[in-house]
Ligand binder design. Structure first.
Ligand code: MN
Ligand code: MN
Length: 453
């Protein structure tokens, strides 16, 4: 009976201790990647640095390509396509992986600065699906860019260095919070209450705080208030990635979703010895808000780039797409015993049980999703077993309880077999999310097998 039945086991039960050591070692640089890339712009920047040191060069649409080329295409500093041209005929297809590097956060409005009650504030509009109550009374950092009228791009990063100040969103004290406490969790803190505290010292002459802050910003960045109109400034948690637990088996950090998938698809590409397959690794933006716009996965750049590669290597774009395969690498919600009733345990990813393959996402009767074919999953099973990769099937929570989506459907619509693969996460979209180091490493090993076979 035991030989016939399928039983999920943890990575710890199924791999050599040496692999666990490798997983822990792999996590060290992953944490650095997280700390260096808290916004899509920063994640793209650090990923380009990694690509360059792995021998990849910048590519612009229209430039010639040949077998052996290793390139990256930087889309507006927010979205990155890293690819290598293999030796097999291009019409055999491309091995594509995609993860997003944007994460839920709080963006500044275009006219953010004001003062009230002896405090200076920034007005904000949150980005992605945040639970607003989690973002108050915690240290925050400010990241982003300000573009001046003469088109100088000024990079901003305050709150990450130990000597930097941090920022803050006020919460109500329990003594006066009785009415607030009766509200549903989603209404306890409202969108227009997510005002960021940025100072309290008035200017000597006017006795106002706003001109004093403007003076400081002008001294440091050379900007005036109007420059906020052409800025993209993001408020993110100031905390660094840290090991969690006595055994250090877990990592707590902001933005695991989805850099915990971006990092393995990128590093597996750089570590791949395969020279046969053409491989393409995509770091996407705007997934958290629906993948719209020129840096999101709904943009036609994907098909433009595939067409460029196809034509330059002597293939037909439609044939290349038809024979390509994709791993849409995105996180999955791990079973959480503290909230057991939202999960269906048999089909929910368990922490430490390896990489998660999610056949379909969506909601209400599998609507609004890619749905990977049994044939494609069968092929994946065969290649993963060759490398002894530990993986599990996943589904997001109980039927009809909620749902979610990924970029998978924006890739599969181009006639490309696609499946979601990723790492199970605890407290997804919280300012501090938790993942397991062994799940991260099995995801890396899964992607490596995908690029290779
Ligand atoms: Mn995600
Ligand atoms: Mn997400």
């Amino acid at each position: 009976m035991s030989e016939l039945s399928y039983e999920k086991k943890t990575v710890y039960e199924r791999v050599d201790p040496a692999v666990i050591d490798e997983a822990f070692a792999y996590a060290v640089d992953y944490k650095k990647y997280l700390d260096a890339g808290k916004t899509e712009r920063e994640a793209v920047k650090i990923s380009i640095e990694m690509a360059r040191s792995a021998g990849y060069r910048e590519y612009r649409l229209g430039e010639p390509l040949k077998v052996g080329d290793k390139c990256y295409y930087n889309n507006r500093g927010k979205n990155l396509y890293v690819f290598s041209i293999g030796s097999e005929p291009i019409e055999h297809g491309i091995r594509i992986t995609a993860a997003h590097v944007d994460a839920p956060r709080i963006d500044l409005k275009q006219n953010p600065l004001y003062e009230d009650g002896g405090m200076g504030f920034f007005k904000t509009h949150y980005y992605g699906g945040i639970r607003k109550y989690q973002w108050v009374a915690t240290p925050l950092a400010l990241h982003g860019v300000i573009v001046t009228k003469d088109q100088t791009v000024i990079e901003v990063c305050i709150g990450e260095d130990e000597s930097d100040p941090v920022f803050y969103i006020n919460d109500l004290l329990p003594h006066l919070g009785q009415e607030q406490s009766k509200l549903p969790l989603s209404e306890g803190i409202k969108g227009e209450q997510l005002n960021v505290l940025i100072g309290s010292m008035p200017e000597a002459e006017s006795k106002e705080i706003k001109p004093a802050i403007l003076k400081l910003l002008n001294e440091k960045y050379g900007i005036c208030e109007e420059d906020f109109l052409s800025s993209e400034l993001c408020v993110v948690p100031a905390a660094k990635a840290r090991d969690v637990g006595f055994d250090r088996s877990l990592i707590g950090a902001y933005g695991h979703d989805d850099r915990v998938c971006a990092y393995p698809i990128l590093t597996a590409l750089f570590d791949s010895n395969d020279t046969e397959h053409t491989k393409l690794c995509i770091l996407a933006d705007k997934e958290e808000t629906g993948s719209d716009g020129p840096s999101g996965m709904k943009c036609d750049l994907l098909t433009d780039l595939i067409a460029e590669i196809a034509v330059q290597l002597g293939g037909h774009p439609a044939v290349v797409r038809a024979n390509s395969k994709c791993l849409s690498a995105d996180v999955s919600a791990a079973y959480d015993p503290n909230f057991a009733d939202v999960f269906e345990k048999r089909n929910t990813p368990l922490l430490s049980c390896g990489a998660v393959f999610t056949k379909f996402t969506g909601s209400r009767g599998k609507s609004g999703t890619n749905d990977a074919s049994a044939e494609y999953i069968g092929w994946l099973r065969s290649i993963l077993s060759r490398d002894g990769v530990i993986w599990q099937a996943g589904e997001l929570g109980r039927v009809d309880l909620g749902g979610g989506g990924t970029v998978a459907m924006y890739i599969s619509k181009h006639n490309i077999d696609t499946i979601d693969l990723g790492v199970p996460v605890i407290s997804m979209h919280a300012p501090f999310e938790v993942i397991s180091k062994v799940d991260l490493y099995e995801t890396y090993r899964a992607v490596k097998a995908f690029y290779r076979y």
